[in-house]
Design a protein around this ligand. Structure first.
Ligand code: AMP
Length: 264
């Protein structure tokens, strides 16, 4: 297995007091990407595939909030408990909490193996501050990948999605069912339906996307960074399109369709 698979992203998921299980590899030209697109379009799955190929760390703000939810209430600040209520309803977490989360994890943006941001930025204000943060570090984004899919297909994907409680692998009841019902193929952990993947929360999330996140498409288009990718088909098909689109921006330093570890 590629050693990069073993990185448990502890510093990102649990904050600065935790250390990642694997020291990130220093890459000569690390990739720094933002993944955009409506909820359920497959950003998490693509981030995982990109991580395996590029070695960059998968930084998902949604995963940070879900991780916080697993801690007991006494370990949570009042602001974080309020934020988790927003997440369960499908509304956006208040900006102040998002900024605290990002500030505490700023070292992950400097990670020597690069990063793949998933679920952040989600508002124009977040995108503008991220731009400043990255510029202050004298870093730059390689691309902003925008995954595109009709809303009807998104609703079907979200309502059938099941996530592994342990390793966070993603399955789908019909499109990608696990070998044994309710059990993760990869680590045998239990599969569950995220609270915000229930029908009442899906509509709220899609509305939040339309009003707050969709304007980012124009923002990044104006900066010349937008890389559109059609998100229909299997995860592997979508990954191939992503790799082809990214290669037009910058050559991969290994075959994007084989594990980078194989070619090192
Ligand atoms: P995700 O896993 O990216 O779909 O995120 C799950 C939920 O976490 C979202 O529906 C929001 O409630 C919250 N969330 C994640 N990232 C952000 C963000 N950047 N800004 C505000 N809320 C967020």
């Amino acid at each position: 297995m590629d050693s990069r698979d073993l990185n448990d992203r502890a510093a990102w998921l649990r904050g600065p007091s935790a250390e990642c299980s694997v020291v990130p590899k220093r890459l000569e030209q690390p990739w720094r990407l933002v993944l955009l697109g409506p909820p359920g379009v497959g950003k998490g799955t693509q981030a995982h595939l990109l991580t395996q190929r590029l070695g960059a760390c998968h930084l998902s703000t949604g995963d940070v909030f879900r991780e916080a939810k697993t801690r007991n209430e006494r370990q949570q600040t009042l602001a974080m408990s309020a934020a988790l209520n927003h997440m369960c309803r499908g509304t956006l977490v208040p900006e102040a909490v998002v900024w605290q989360v990002i500030r505490e994890r700023a070292t992950c943006l400097r990670c020597q193996s690069g990063f793949i941001l998933d679920g952040f930025p989600r508002t124009l204000a977040q995108a503008k501050v991220l731009k400043l943060l990255i510029e202050n570090e004298r870093l730059s984004l390689d691309a902003v990948v925008n995954y595109e899919l009709p809303f009807a297909e998104i609703v079907s994907r979200l309502s059938g999605r099941r996530t592994c409680q342990k390793c966070k692998a993603i399955f789908h009841l019909t499109a990608q069912p696990p070998r044994t019902e309710g059990v993760c193929d990869l680590c045998c952990g239990p599969l569950y339906q995220r609270e915000d993947d229930r029908p009442e929360a899906i509509t709220v999330r899609l509305n939040a996307y339309q009003s707050s996140t969709a304007p980012l498409i124009q923002f990044y288009r104006n900066l010349g960074m937008l890389t559109p990718v059609v998100a229909s088909g299997s995860p592997e098909e979508i990954f191939r399109r992503t790799a082809t689109a990214l290669e037009k921006r910058r050559k991969f330093d290994c075959d994007p369709f084989a594990s980078c570890a194989d070619s090192n």
